[in-house]
Write a protein that binds this ligand. Structure first.
Ligand SMILES: C[S@@+](CC[C@H](N)C(=O)[O-])C[C@H]1O[C@@H](n2cnc3c(N)ncnc32)[C@H](O)[C@@H]1O
Length: 402
């Protein structure tokens, strides 16, 4: 990919450091030319999509909605509409979610009954969509290293009434090792006899324990501690009634598992929506106009940070893949458009797992308005090609044990 222009597109307040970053990464700034006029996408809560209900939501939002014909449940609203203040949002009828993010979830091809892992789950738009697709069977495990972000995700789950089959762990996704609770699981992987379990988990209650309040205080006082969590520091932040946790001992889950256990009893689907520089999200970059462009330089574009982000991405992808069952599929996605954070990470991962991992076509993507990535079978959404935020998506299946 060659950068064809170095100047910022007209009418876009992109700082020189960002233009340099795009140029260094072979990205053409003109892909952002229409970014400020992109539609604001919303996803309707399943069950609220009749014509009458849509008309009601339009009146609550104060605008007309246009159906996105290539992804069910998504609608485009005018760019400057404020979703969070609307009655429809407060009543839990709609989600604010870019349609490219919805595509990443659809690409995972979740079926009811699947056990799904979302390794970078917060703030949770994709997690909620995954739960809507799961319906009333299977389970979803959400992991995120940032406690305050995962707590916001829990609030969202409860608001939309989606928590029943979900459990949330504050943990480092590069070392997280808990498998889903499967009925057919060999008892050697579950240490406690449920009947005799004296410290069994009761139903989750919103009343926070002393331990949880203490942990929350610690994470507010020093967010750096969130970034150095180890497996031993895994915290169970939430579990629903049918998540498989109620009635079991915490000790059952806080044990390390080997690769063969994961290959047999691991997750059917894994989403690794990895931490990245967010350069594909124009809305995210625009926030720095308010915080100060020098903050963007320091926090996002700094070369050292970019290197550590790609290392983190590879580790998240590697661990997500380790927790996948043989025959299962994984989506790797980022909202960066740089080759370093997408194709390069993927190439490295595939070269490290030649016998176990296979990059596969995303079958549902046939009519999607996206481009191919530099590696065939991968997809790239960007504001120019897709009228969406930027997103890279790759799908991998596990064909044998790692
Ligand atoms: C792109 S965001 C995920 C967005 C989310 N999937 C959604 O749809 O709302 C990346 C997330 O990765 C989390 N993260 C960063 N490092 C992590 C790590 N080592 N383990 C787990 N999560 C991590 C960040 O806290 C952030 O919430």
């Amino acid at each position: 990919m060659e950068a064809e222009a170095e100047a910022p597109p007209p009418n876009l307040p992109l700082p020189p450091a960002f233009i340099d970053f795009l140029h260094d990464n072979g990205l053409n700034p003109s892909i952002y030319a229409s970014a400020s006029s992109l539609p604001r996408y919303i996803r309707l809560k399943p069950g609220t999509t009749s014509e009458t209900q849509i008309a009601e939501i339009e009146s609550e939002l104060g605008c007309e909605l246009e159906k996105v014909d290539w992804l069910p449940g998504f609608f485009a609203a005018p760019p400057h509409i404020h979703i969070a203040g609307s009655v429809a949002y407060k009543r839990g009828k709609i989600y604010g979610m870019d349609v490219a993010s919805g595509a990443a979830v659809m690409a995972l091809d979740v079926s009811p009954g699947d056990h799904v892992l979302d390794l970078c789950a917060a703030p949770g738009a994709k997690l909620c969509m995954l739960l809507d697709l799961l319906g009333s069977s299977g389970s979803l495990t959400g992991v995120d290293v940032a406690r305050h972000r995962l707590a916001a995700c829990r609030t969202m789950l409860l608001k939309y009434g989606l928590g029943d089959r979900c459990r949330l762990f504050v943990a480092d996704g590069t070392s997280f090792s808990f498998l889903p609770v499967r009925e057919e699981m060999d008892m050697k992987t579950i240490t406690t006899n449920v009947e005799e379990c004296t410290d069994a988990l009761k139903e989750w209650s919103p009343k926070r324990s002393w331990k949880e309040r203490k942990s929350a205080r610690r994470s507010t006082n020093g967010s750096a501690s969130e970034l150095v969590r180890t497996t031993a520091q895994v915290e169970l932040l939430y579990y629903g009634r049918h998540s498989g946790m109620v009635g079991r001992s915490k000790r059952d889950f806080f044990i390390e598992r080997g690769d063969s256990d994961a290959s047999a009893f691991g997750y059917d689907r894994v989403l690794v929506d990895a931490e990245c520089t967010h350069d594909g999200s124009f809305k995210h970059i625009q926030k720095f106009e308010h915080w100060g462009w020098d903050t963007l330089q320091r926090r996002v574009l700094n070369a050292e940070r970019s290197d550590s982000v790609t290392e983190l991405q590879l580790q998240l992808l590697t661990n997500g893949f380790k927790l996948l069952k043989v025959g299962g599929s994984l989506i790797y996605s980022t909202c960066s458009l740089t080759v370093a954070q997408n194709e390069d990470v993927l190439k490295k991962f595939l070269s490290m797992n030649p016998a176990a991992a296979e990059l596969v076509e995303i079958e549902v993507a046939k009519n999607w308005p996206c481009k191919s990535g530099q590696i065939p079978k991968t997809l790239r959404f960007d504001p120019l090609a897709s009228q969406t935020s930027g997103l890279f998506i790759a799908k991998i299946t596990k064909i044998s044990q790692t």
